[in-house]
Design a protein around this ligand. Sequence first.
Ligand code: NAP
Length: 279
Amino acid sequence: MTQAHIIKGKDIAADLREALKSEVASTDAAPGLAVILVGDDPASHVYVRNKIKACANVGIESFEARMPEKALQAEVAAEIQAFNDNPNIHGILLQLPVPDHLDSDALIQMIDPAKDVDGLGYINIGKLVAADDSGLVPCTPQGSMMLIKSVEQDLSGKHAVVIGRSLLFGKPMAQLLLAENCTVTTAHSRTQNLEEICRSADILVAAVGRPKMVKGDWIKPGAIVIDVGINRQDDGKLCGDVDYAEAIDVAGAITPVPGGVGPMTIACLLKNTIKAAQS
Ligand code: NAP
């Protein structure tokens, strides 16, 4: 039995970061990224540390605003406004999730659309839907599309199934696939016949948050499988939403977890920051 081509997101992200480093080196002023971190969530602290390290590696200047767990909405809003007004800052990222008492959506919508490097503000979402290239595209779907394109350039007419409809991932991913002329099905928790729908996918993207939910017999032989899920198992190891051991014998190409989609997210954050600095 032939095994699937493994899409090595880690290597593709490293190549992208090298290209971005050269791009930054050829410009006069360093792009600046501000990260706002509210509260004590340990995972968020790790993510922010990794983002700041990645910025330094490509020559992006980073600014960090750490705010206490009890920070008020008005205090976080004031921080965003200060970054909006600072010409040395080209990208602003509010690390999610924020503590429950804060209205994250209102805060995200406050970010200047030109600096909204997470691409979650309504202006950038609107540009994505309108296929207007001037917008900033959310990082994880953007990176996932690069991984798909690393396998196949022409996606026209392919049936793409995205499991998950979050604003962070599923919805923008579906739009990117549509822009590539795929026929797109978005599945979610109320979808009926999910397995059957998945089996008809030439491109299957899983972003659910349920460990190994997608089994080998849900996959069309030869399909491109992108596993966005990051789940911590009882033994402490990470796994995706796809049962990788089963899928690898059926899919044509598949992303591993870890080392697949994850590294592309940070690389695309850097890419968006450089794009924001150039516009
Ligand atoms: P989310 O907001 O929780 O959305 C999950 C989606 O899955 C929802 O649309 C939900 O449907 C759907 N769903 C839940 N159970 C289902 C089921 N049994 N069958 C079909 N659909 C089901 O999560 P998210 O933010 O999109 O993230 C999804 C996963 O990707 C998580 O594991 C997250 O950690 C990971 N992630 C990874 C990266 C990365 O950098 N690699 C970035 C972002 C997210 P309803 O809408 O009907 O509830």
